[in-house]
Design a protein around this ligand. Structure first.
Ligand code: SF4
Length: 317
């Protein structure tokens, strides 16, 4: 991208960073790092097509994913620990990031998909603005943990077309045990209220992958081993708030990480009957825009050391 003619990036929010509910107030511009473990030097682990998202997102040509390093949510069992904990990736200045992402947008991908974006919002905001100025007209996606500050979402809705937030925990005790914050459920739910009000549900909603989505919200939930009650509460809360029309993706791909073994918690895969119980309640509540997963074949942990290869996927409706 020829950034010279574009607006200069504004990174002032990194100076006393409060981009997520951790509100560390560190000066990332000066190299300080807060909970997410990132200074303001943007670190990207993968930039390329991803075929493992839901069909309205991946379509036939893939979703243009940009995987960032670091994470403000910080679940101990993180499935992308190479990025969230080990900070794998390449430091890119804004011009390099812009060129990399513009090239991705100009490949055949259906959208640009910013993964774990919260702590990079100033970069992403200015990137989106410049990409639109360059004529990029594919949708922009916010692929997040759901651990967010609702006040920022209104601004993010001005730049982002599609939101894929997780709703990980309805159980405050489980949230505290996994990520150290009892307030995840209320923060995530209030964020979802803002998003659904401003963006509506994901649309067009075509499950064949022939027509990809252009706008709206799709909520994701990862079922955890031995924590079915949490998943059932998630479903009941989502149904009570948004009704059966909410697009919802129920994932069973959890893979225990070494930290699970060390803690002797969540140290196994999700059993078939656990996932079935969650899916059964979703059906009973009447969720009609539901994505489920095939039996996990163990291939879901992406290896960002091999990041030239596109990601496979097995999501189905
Ligand atoms: S984005 Fe990072 S530094 Fe900023 S408040 Fe969140 S965890 Fe702290």
């Amino acid at each position: 991208m020829t950034t010279s003619g574009n607006l200069k990036p504004d990174f002032s929010e990194y100076k006393q960073c409060r981009l997520c509910p951790r509100e560390c107030a560190v000066n990332r511009l000066a190299g300080q790092k807060g909970f997410c473990g990132e200074s303001s030097d943007c670190c990207v682990a993968y930039c390329g097509a991803h075929f493992g998202e839901e069909p309205p997102i991946s379509g036939t040509s893939g979703s243009g994913t940009v995987f960032f390093s670091g994470c403000s949510c910080g679940c101990f069992f993180c499935q992308n620990a190479q990025l969230s904990k080990e900070h794998l990736g390449e430091i890119l200045n804004f011009a390099e990031l812009s060129e990399r992402v513009l090239a991705l947008a100009q490949s055949k991908v259906h959208n640009l998909n910013f993964v774990t974006p919260e702590h990079w919002w100033p970069h992403i905001r200015d990137l989106c603005r410049n990409l639109r100025a360059e004529g990029v007209d594919i949708p922009f996606l916010w692929n997040s943990s759901g651990f967010c500050r609702s006040e920022l979402l209104a601004e993010q809705c001005q730049s982002i077309d599609i939101f894929l937030p997780d709703f990980k925990y309805a159980d405050a005790s489980l949230a505290e045990r996994c990520m150290g914050r009892r307030d995840y459920p209320e923060l995530a739910l209030s964020g979802l209220r803002v998003l659904v009000e401003k963006k509506g549900f994901l649309r067009p909603f075509d499950t064949s992958g022939e027509i990809t989505a252009s706008q709206g919200v799709l909520v994701r939930h990862l079922v955890l081993p031995g924590e079915v009650e949490n998943s059932l509460s998630v479903l009941r809360q989502l149904y009570a708030e948004f009704g059966e029309g909410l697009p919802l993706s129920l994932m069973r791909q959890f893979t225990p990480m070494p930290e699970c073994e060390r803690r002797q918690f969540l140290n196994r895969k999700v059993r078939d009957e656990e996932y079935a119980e969650v899916c059964t309640l979703a059906a009973e509540l009447g969720f009609r825009r539901l994505f489920l997963q095939e039996e996990d074949d163990g291939s879901f942990l992406p290896d960002f050391q091999q990041r030239q290869q596109p990601f496979p996927g097995n999501r189905k409706k």
